[in-house]
Design a protein around this ligand. Structure first.
Ligand SMILES: Cc1cc2nc3c(=O)[nH]c(=O)nc-3n(C[C@H](O)[C@H](O)[C@H](O)COP(=O)(O)O)c2cc1C
Length: 157
């Protein structure tokens, strides 16, 4: 497995889609926070999903998730998927993205130039108390803190 990238701009500047569920029932949302590295001697990817997101329900219910990366021309699609909720309707239908079944309960996209298939190996709700005060005030005045999901990267497509 190989993935060469500028890791510091990958999530922050280029964004990605996190998708969980089965091709018959899945949800996806845009993320710009994330990490890649090593944990317990496994290659891992970490994402942070707020409990209020519909995608959170799918992350909780499924053992796998994918992280998909797209060329700049798909930014409009990522904006839609990052501002609308799957709870309110079929936001995927408002994009030109084509979801594709990669495996059982594993969904990616025809248009993604890279897809990480992740097996959930850890989850934790971030706690407010160890956070810097400025972070608490900026991000968590109104909504509960993100849940951190660490996935073992089991495939790169
Ligand atoms: C550029 C961008 C980055 C985002 N990054 C995150 C993130 O890392 N974690 C998160 O919980 N929400 C993030 N969001 C917000 C969700 O994508 C957004 O709330 C989305 O509508 C949730 O959809 P859902 O309710 O269908 O899951 C981001 C939104 C945008 C536009």
């Amino acid at each position: 497995m190989e993935f060469t990238t500028d890791i510091l701009s990958l999530f922050d500047k280029k964004w990605a889609l996190v998708t969980a569920g089965d091709i018959s029932d899945f949800n996806a949302m845009t993320i710009s926070w994330g990490a890649m590295g090593t944990l317990w001697s496994k290659p891992t990817a970490t994402v942070y999903i707020k409990p209020v997101r519909y995608t959170h329900d799918f992350m909780e219910a499924n053992d796998y998730f994918t992280i998909s990366f797209f060329e700049e021309k798909y930014r409009g699609a990522l904006k839609i998927l990052g501002t609308k909720s799957g709870r309110d309707g079929d936001k995927m239908a408002e994009t030109k993205l084509t979801p594709v079944r990669i495996g059982e309960n594993i969904v990616g996209y025809v248009q993604a130039y890279r897809t990480l298939v992740c097996r959930k190996i850890y989850r934790q709700d971030l706690e407010l108390s160890p956070m810097p005060e400025a972070v608490r005030e900026t991000y968590y005045e109104k909504e509960a803190p993100h849940t951190m999901y660490i996935g073992e990267i089991v495939g790169i497509g």
